[in-house]
Design a protein around this ligand. Structure first.
Ligand SMILES: Cc1cc2nc3c(=O)[nH]c(=O)nc-3n(C[C@H](O)[C@H](O)[C@H](O)COP(=O)(O)OP(=O)(O)OC[C@H]3O[C@@H](n4cnc5c(N)ncnc54)[C@H](O)[C@@H]3O)c2cc1C
Length: 470
């Protein structure tokens, strides 16, 4: 027989937000059990470890985590320096994971969550039933854990969007998997040989795509037969490149400008609007059937890099009563704040337990997964989410509702060049940065410089203090 309040709180994922949740739970005297499918903390950051982020260290630390670390004699990295994904893992997540290590189960993958004795339809007494977490341990054995609450911080990195413009894989995409990379491959490092002197098609319009393109152009300096084709599914290039001219985030602006120069110098072939219709593997090359500006085209390439964003894995939540926005796949009340159809600047009001709640009591999706398909998530957002949710679980309802976050302004706004109408939904977040950055969105700055009110970037929550952007 269990005592409900003695049960642990299950946290799924030992990324920055899952570990921050563990730190807050420990601080509040609650017992976390963190499930992590990787062998160590920050498995998704390890995959993009070569990428330098836009946020300086000060925005990478969670407050509760920092307190635990400081008590342990940890030496804090320079808060003004921009770390890489690997540096975040090595210098922050691994030391933090050591401190809360007895609560973490590595190499364990959660595959489903339910309520003890209650399928999704059963209602009477549901709120009082503990959660059952079903997972496979490091030996592949199926196990279960009983928990009083669940924080799903499992991220979206391992669910990249497929290449199809309709959200589905195109015919042949899975068979060609060996020659396709999703995300930001390390083309200048570990994966250099895969890309050197080949013809590479990059699909996507965000900063991840720009980063991949620029890295390939860098690779071309040593391997001149490398050929780069950049395909945009919609005609969005104006926003990225135009933003580069005005962007107050110098690193992002630099990316945009470098891409623009590459296009103008002819060292990069740009295709837009472009949608892949099928892929056929021919030995070690790929034949890509596509529509370019309404015309059928066949491209022959050696590799494809797909940088078209990510989506949450909802399969494990099938037996829970969750309430998600139909488009963004984020908690319903959060969605209007982050919907990329509405928010070009990525300005996100502070939010916490209220916005993250589901009909399923004591269940929360936090971290990058809470943003569903929206690309604008920042770690600082996730830290405030878990602070608020953990306060609620600890019975401190007041603290849970005093949402303390002032988000750094995150956005690249729409910068529509004359004659090009569409704006991109790709945010700055999830994007790499070569140099130090500290500010906000380009269109807002432009509007303000013209004496107009702008789009809200740089604005401060009246009750809060503004901090520089990540
Ligand atoms: C290239 C890139 C650059 C970014 N730059 C910035 C930046 O400059 N500033 C910023 O604030 N944010 C940035 N972000 C966005 C965001 O902060 C990161 O994606 C961050 O890693 C999100 O943290 P998380 O803990 O929510 O998810 P993740 O870091 O993705 O962690 C999720 C964890 O859950 C584990 N997991 C998944 N499924 C399961 C399962 N079923 N069972 C058990 N474990 C599971 C995974 O292995 C993973 O370790 C960037 C993102 C990317 C991709």
């Amino acid at each position: 027989m269990y005592h409900y309040s003695d049960l642990p709180v299950a946290v799924i994922g030992a990324g920055p937000v899952g570990l921050a949740a563990a730190a807050h739970l420990v601080q509040r005297g609650l017992q976390p059990v963190v499930f992590e499918s990787g062998k160590g903390p920050g498995s998704s950051l390890v995959e993009w470890g070569h990428v330098r982020v836009f946020s300086p260290w000060r925005y990478v630390f969670d407050k509760a985590a920092l307190e635990l670390l400081e008590e342990s004699g940890w030496i804090q990295p320079d808060p003004d320096v921009l770390p890489t994904g690997s540096e975040i893992v090595q210098q922050y997540l691994i030391p933090l994971a050591r401190l809360v290590g007895r609560h973490i189960k590595y190499s364990t993958t959660v595959h489903s969550i339910t309520r003890l004795g209650f399928d999704k339809v059963a209602s009477d007494g549901r709120d009082r039933a503990p959660f059952i977490i079903r997972y496979r341990d490091e030996t592949g054995v199926e196990r279960r854990l009983t928990a009083r609450a669940v924080l799903d911080a499992s991220g979206t990195w391992f669910r990249p969007n497929p290449i199809g413009v309709d959200g589905l894989p195109v015919p042949g995409e899975s068979l060609a998997r060996g020659l396709i990379s999703y995300g930001i491959p390390d083309v200048l490092g570990q994966e250099r040989q895969r890309y050197a002197d080949g013809t590479v098609l990059v699909v996507g319009s965000g900063h991840s795509a720009i980063n991949a393109v620029l890295s390939l152009l860098e690779l071309r300096k040593q391997h001149p037969k490398t050929s780069v084709i950049w395909a945009l599914r919609r005609n969005k290039i104006d926003k990225l490149l135009g933003g580069g001219l005005n962007d107050q985030l110098p690193a992002r602006g630099a990316l945009g400008l470098a891409a623009k120069n590459a296009i103008e110098s002819g060292s990069l072939k740009l295709l837009a609007p472009f949608s892949v219709e099928s892929i056929a593997r021919r030995g070690e090359t790929l034949a890509v059937e596509a529509s370019l500006n309404g015309q059928r085209e066949t491209l022959h390439v050696d590799r494809i890099i797909v940088a078209t964003g990510f989506r949450p894995d909802l399969d494990m939540l099938r037996e829970l009563r969750i309430e998600l926005d139909v488009a963004v796949e984020s908690p319903r009340r959060l969605a209007p704040m982050i919907d990329p159809n509405l928010h070009s600047c990525g300005t996100v009001p502070p939010h916490g337990v209220e916005e993250l709640a589901h009909p399923e009591r004591d269940f929360y999706i936090v971290g990058s997964k809470s943003y569903g398909r929206a690309p604008t998530f920042l770690m600082t957002t996730g830290y405030e989410q878990v602070r608020s949710v953990v306060a609620e679980l600890a019975g401190d309802h007041l603290a849970a509702r005093q949402v303390q976050l002032v988000l750094p302004e995150t956005g690249v706004c729409n910068v529509t060049l004359p004659g090009v109408e569409e704006a991109s939904s790709a945010g700055c977040c999830g994007s790499p940065a070569p140099t130090k950055v500290d500010a906000c969105c380009a269109a807002d700055a432009t509007a303000k410089s013209e004496g107009k009110s702008g789009c809200g970037c740089g604005s401060t929550n009246p009750a809060q203090e503004t901090e520089p952007a990540a």
